[in-house]
Structures are given as structure tokens and as C-alpha cells.
Design a binder for this molecule. Structure first.
Ligand SMILES: [Mn+2]
Length: 255
């Protein structure tokens, strides 16, 4: 409604089914998911991935980057990323594992898939996984809008998001939404619930501040059905996905 757009009229949508994974091989799963996503339809088709934990964002970012390259549109310096999360997910390793849900953006930056100077992380709050993940994000030039900076769209954080979005112009943006950025009162069905998060209403308002970005790929992740209550987390995540489609439809309608 805020964009005055009919999503299904502007976009042609199809459910591509479930990606294969290798439950005992995280690195191998990244290749499986990426290959599955790359081979779907024509390269200019845009991917919205639903489900999985945040590790799959790395695979989908790699696939989105490969799709752009296949069209001769390789993003200079890497993709811009708008990232909603309680956590930075820039940890180097967890118990020796480099490919868990704590590390997707570290790997993406290392491989040049993401340009950290055009990466915005929204809703971040403590406790941090390690001191190093924030130090790494800061050193790489990521923009971090903490939970404390966000108390409505006119807050310091809201102003920072609007400025970041304007500066992106028509750059190719990957949008990734970890449902744990929303408070467990609204989204209990997740693997790393984090107290003091956004309300559903605040999350929608912040997404709508991203109006005008050129979303070329995205995901909604970290829904854990076994911990959900009355499917309220699934309902929220489904709606967040719809909001991303509405942003994409609005952009297409305007260009
Ligand atoms: Mn995450």
C-alpha cells in the first residue's frame, strides 16, 4: 500500500522449490546452494531465498554476483548489501568452522563478492559473538546502525539509513533479513533469539526506508519452525519477503 504498486502485476514470480544441502558438509552445502541458485531460469531473473540459517546468505550472494557477471554487469568492488540482523555475522571461525551462520559476510568480503564500504547492517546489538567481529566490520568500512540508534524512522539510525540508501543510487543491492533482528516477543522461532530487538512494526518501517534501492537478490533467514509459536515467526518472515518483493516492484515501476 505505501508504494501504490501491484506486486503480482509488475513482477513475474515463480517458486523454484528447495535447494539441496549436504547436512554434514557446510562448505559443500554452499556450493550446492550456489549452483542450484545460479542455474535457475535466465541470469536476469532475481533470486529471493526463503529459509535456512544465515550461512546460506553467502551462497545466495555468490549466486547473485555470478548472475550479474553472466549479464556483463559485474558490480565494481562487489555487491552492496543491506543487512538486517541482531548480529554482524562477520566472525572468522566458530569452533573451527568457517562456513557457519556467524561468518557469511566475512567470507563474502574476503572473496570480493561484497563491497564492505557499501554494506549497511541494521539492528545490531550486544552481546557480540567476539570483540573481533565488530573490529573487523569497522576496519572494513561497513556502516553499522545499532539497535540503540533506532527508535523510529526519524531516529539517528533512521536518518543514517536514508542517507545510505540515497548514496547507493542505482547500485546493485543484495538484501538479507535475519528474523532475529526482531524481538523474540514477535519472532520466537529462531535459533539465536536476542532480547531488546525491533518490533514487527519498526522492522517494516525500516524496510520501507529502503525504498528506491535496486534489489538484485535477497533472502529471509533464521526461521526455526521447531521453536515457533502459532507460526507467528513464519508469518512475519513471509511478510518480510513480500515487503522485499514490493520494494523490487516499486523500483521496477519507477524505472
Ligand atoms: Mn544473522
Amino acid at each position: 500500500m505505501p508504494y501504490n504498486v501491484d506486486v503480482c502485476e509488475v513482477l513475474s514470480l515463480a517458486d523454484a522449490g528447495d535447494s539441496p544441502v549436504l547436512p554434514f558438509d557446510l562448505r559443500g552445502s554452499m556450493d550446492e546452494i550456489c549452483n542450484f541458485a545460479v542455474e535457475l531460469a535466465e541470469p536476469q531473473t532475481r533470486l529471493l531465498a526463503l529459509g535456512g540459517d544465515h550461512s546460506v546468505a553467502y551462497a545466495n550472494i555468490r549466486a547473485t554476483h555470478a548472475r550479474l557477471c553472466a549479464q556483463g554487469m559485474e558490480p565494481a568492488g562487489g555487491l552492496a548489501v543491506i543487512h538486517f540482523d541482531s548480529h554482524l555475522d562477520t566472525v572468522d571461525t566458530v569452533w573451527g568452522e568457517k562456513w557457519s551462520h556467524a561468518s557469511p559476510f566475512r567470507r563474502g568480503i574476503e572473496e570480493g563478492l561484497i563491497d564492505p564500504r557499501t554494506m549497511l547492517s541494521i539492528g545490531i546489538k550486544g552481546p557480540l559473538n567476539t570483540r573481533d567481529d565488530l573490529a573487523y566490520a569497522t576496519q572494513q568500512g561497513m556502516t553499522v546502525v545499532t539497535r540503540e540508534m533506532l527508535s523510529g524512522p526519524s531516529s539517528a539510525g533512521g536518518v543514517a539509513i536514508s542517507g545510505f540508501v540515497r548514496a547507493l543510487g542505482t547500485r546493485s543491492v543484495y538484501m538479507t533479513f535475519d528474523v532475529d533482528v526482531v524481538d523474540p516477543a514477535f519472532a520466537p522461532g529462531t535459533g539465536t533469539p536476542s532480547i531488546g530487538g525491533l518490533s514487527s512494526t519498526e522492522a517494516l518501517a525500516l524496510l520501507r526506508l529502503c525504498r528506491g534501492v535496486n534489489i538484485v537478490g535477497g533472502d529471509v533467514v533464521e526461521v526455526l519452525p521447531d521453536r515457533d509459536v502459532s507460526q507467528i515467526t513464519a508469518l512475519l518472515a513471509g511478510h518480510i519477503g513480500f515487503e522485499m518483493l514490493a520494494l523490487a516492484a516499486d523500483y521496477k515501476q519507477a524505472h
